[in-house]
Design a protein around this ligand. Structure first.
Ligand SMILES: Cc1cc2nc3c(=O)[nH]c(=O)nc-3n(C[C@H](O)[C@H](O)[C@H](O)COP(=O)(O)OP(=O)(O)OC[C@H]3O[C@@H](n4cnc5c(N)ncnc54)[C@H](O)[C@@H]3O)c2cc1C
Length: 314
């Protein structure tokens, strides 16, 4: 049996559930697939989960107020109590899920397999290692295989949106461990598309030189294209962009149809987050910048000349 632990926000499921389902189906159609939803006030999430696919046999629900804040210690322990009958536990590669999976593996004394990009067979997986510089094929002999999935590598079919008669099982929650407490939460409302899911992403690097330039040029071009904004780590470290916009090994993995990299050198750690993008266009004043090796189209020139013209033209 396969257990999918999807991301959600207590109101709706993250669309990556569809990619996780695709990955689960690759493990074998004869495997029964269950979903585990842990959170607070989950009625709308359960309703949505029951409209996803007839491949989902059961939805397990753990509903308690202390799960509403998504504190990973409680989640990992709760999941560990429920997985003994499963052959696979599947997570996305979101920051939250990547924080639970190793904790769960630690509790169960199992070696997890992270960053899975391909499922070769029931126990052989392809995964990214060393910041995406190497791709490794591994055989996993664990009885329970804990996987985090590079969701952009598992193209999702759309949701059926039919109400299936899925079995819903309510599970009694563990006691609150109280190891961490959520003190404050700030939500960034830009009105732009979500970076992880956008069809077009415009990203800026260190070369922007200031937050003001970044906002005017990268934000301005993104708004003309209806795109999400992204950034290199150097731009984030310099304070030009918030760290939820970082793309790369230690940031987000994205798979837009169009990726525009402006003043970004193309370090391996950055490329690790965009290697599944469709078309790549880059602007850089150094014709030898590594980003050009990764680009479909490149413009060699000063971004401070090119980008304002692009914004004007668009
Ligand atoms: C463990 C680890 C994890 C990391 N994780 C990440 C990650 O997740 N994401 C990430 O991005 N990086 C990551 N990095 C950092 C990465 O190695 C690079 O340092 C970083 O990506 C560089 O950012 P950048 O391209 O903006 O800056 P730079 O490397 O400084 O490149 C700036 C580019 O702008 C060009 N330029 C300069 N002026 C202009 C101009 N006027 N017009 C046009 N072009 C111009 C330059 O030619 C240059 O190519 C990580 C590093 C480590 C060690």
């Amino acid at each position: 049996m396969i257990l999918i632990v999807p991301d959600h926000n207590n109101c709706s499921l993250d669309t990556s559930i569809l990619n996780l389902l695709e990955a689960a189906l690759k493990l074998g159609l004869e495997e029964e697939i269950h979903i585990l939803i842990i959170g607070y006030n989950l009625d709308s999430v359960i309703k949505e989960a029951s409209t996803i696919s007839n491949h989902i046999a059961k939805i397990m629900v753990v509903d308690a107020f202390y799960f509403g804040d998504f504190l990973v210690e409680n989640h990992a322990l709760q999941i560990s109590k429920l997985v003994s009958n499963y052959s696979y536990v599947i997570f996305s590669n979101s920051s939250f899920s990547k924080s639970i999976a190793p904790r769960l593996a630690g509790i169960l004394d199992i070696a997890p397999i992270s960053e899975v990009s391909e499922i070769i067979s029931k126990d052989v997986f392809v995964r990214f290692i060393y910041t995406g510089n190497f791709i490794e094929t591994v055989l996993c002999n664990e009885n329970i295989k804990i996987l985090t999935i590079k969701t952009s590598f598992f193209a999702a079919k759309s949701c059926d949106s039919i109400n299936y008669d899925v079995l819903v099982e309510n599970i009694p929650p563990i006691d609150n461990l109280g190891l961490s407490i959520l003190i404050d939460e700030k939500i960034n409302l830009t009105g732009r598309p979500d970076l992880s899911k956008a069809n077009i992403v415009v990203a800026g690097g260190r070369a922007l030189g200031s937050k003001e330039n970044f906002d005017i040029l990268i934000g301005g071009l993104a708004d003309k294209l209806g795109a999400a904004v992204g950034a290199s780590r150097a731009a984030v470290d310099a304070g030009y962009a918030s760290n939820d916009l970082q793309i790369g090994q230690t940031g987000k993995s994205i798979a837009p149809k169009l990726y525009i990299a402006i003043g970004i050198s193309g370090a391996a750690q950055h490329i690790a987050g965009v290697c599944n993008a469709g078309m790549v266009i880059s602007i850089n004043n150094d014709r030898d910048a590594p980003i050009f090796q990764f680009s479909d189209y490149g413009m060699v020139g000063n971004l401070f000349d090119i980008v304002p013209q692009l914004i004007k033209l668009l």
